[in-house]
Design a protein around this ligand. Structure first.
Ligand SMILES: [Mn+2]
Length: 338
């Protein structure tokens, strides 16, 4: 549990003969962008690199990989070996990127690499410091911003592919430069990536605009049952197993629906319920700056961040709705009372 600075981290990577880079499970643009940008930079220094992840790479991030070795650790996700060109057994200095907590690696990655990460590079203020050494900058909007500086300090000339990987990290973690974590610094990194030749428009279209037909089908079913409470300050949707079956959608696409509830005019708290296979409900809350979603979810045995939190319910649907709406109404009234 030692904090190290950028210079020391760059020295560690330069000294390594080979490097293994772990991402978090259900990988997003920042963990993959950071991992692959670093992988390409290390390969420019002639070091063998393997990127390791519990899950496959989502299609919109597939351009990042080029010919870097990528190992899927989750047993359910094992693909047959692809071209055979990069199947050397993974060895080398073990690092992780954008991993706030070791449990986020996913079960297979955790069982294989738990307690072994030598260096973790991250921007989450909640980082549990599970690695031997941690390079942490909570002021960075994305881990990709930190990796950008690291590549410079490693003495590697950043190329267009590295920049395109890093752009994905900064763009997706800032919600296309719209979230409250976006800084002038984020825009400066993005400007640099564009100057290095990254075409951002098709990337952002893939990240933020293009939706699958199964997602559109699920959104239609879910919002057909949209309900308002507290004079429109609360919007609520409930997604059943039947809706998943009918739309062909999945849990990862469902997460986008949760955010949509908060986008409605006048809504202070968006609530989304997802029926699980065992008939219980996962509750997700999204709020604006005035209401603490984590505090509401804590009252139902859950937790999270101030604007995004979750909890579970074993009550039937209508009882679950009454209970969560009651707590949210109390929180909204509490805010207005001040
Ligand atoms: Mn991140």
């Amino acid at each position: 549990m030692i904090f190290i600075d950028l210079k020391t981290a760059a020295a560690r990577l330069r000294a390594a003969e080979a490097v293994r880079i772990l991402t978090h499970g259900h990988p997003d643009g920042d963990t993959l962008g950071s991992a692959f940008a670093l992988a390409h930079a290390l390969r420019a220094l002639k070091k063998p690199v393997t990127v390791l992840c519990e899950d496959p790479i989502p299609a919109m991030f597939a351009y990042m990989r080029a010919d870097v070795a990528y190992e899927i650790l989750g047993e359910k996700n094992q693909d047959p070996p692809d071209d055979g060109a990069n199947r050397q057994p993974a060895a080398g200095f073990l690092i992780s990127v954008d991993v706030a907590d070791e449990n986020l690696l996913g079960p297979a990655a955790l069982s294989r690499f738990g307690g072994q990460v030598r260096l973790n590079i991250d921007h989450h203020a909640t980082n549990t410091l599970f690695a031997a050494e941690t390079l942490l900058d909570p002021s960075a909007a994305a881990t990709a911003e930190i990796v950008s500086d690291l590549i410079d300090l490693m003495g590697v000339r950043m190329d267009t592919l590295m920049a395109a990987c890093l752009y994905a990290g900064v763009s997706t973690d800032t919600g296309c430069f719209r979230y409250y974590n976006t800084t002038a610094r984020s825009h400066r990194y993005a400007a640099r990536y564009m100057e290095l030749g990254v075409e951002t428009e098709p990337l952002d279209r893939a990240f933020f605009e293009t939706e699958s037909r199964s997602y559109m089908a699920l959104e239609r079913l879910a919002f057909d049952g949209l309900r308002y409470f507290a004079e429109g300050r609360i919007a609520l949707i409930a997604v059943t197993q039947a809706m998943f079956a009918q739309s062909g959608s999945n849990d990862e696409e469902y997460i986008k629906l949760v955010a949509r509830t908060r986008q409605i005019e006048g809504v202070q708290v968006g609530v989304a319920l997802r029926e699980r296979r065992d008939g219980t409900y996962k509750i997700s809350l999204r709020s604006h700056e005035t209401v603490d979603a984590a505090a509401i979810c804590a009252r139902m045995g859950g937790g999270g961040h101030s604007r995004a939190a979750g909890c579970a319910s074993e009550l039937p649907l209508e009882d679950t709705i009454r209970r969560v709406v009651g707590f949210v109404e109390e929180a909204i009234k509490g805010v207005q009372g001040c």
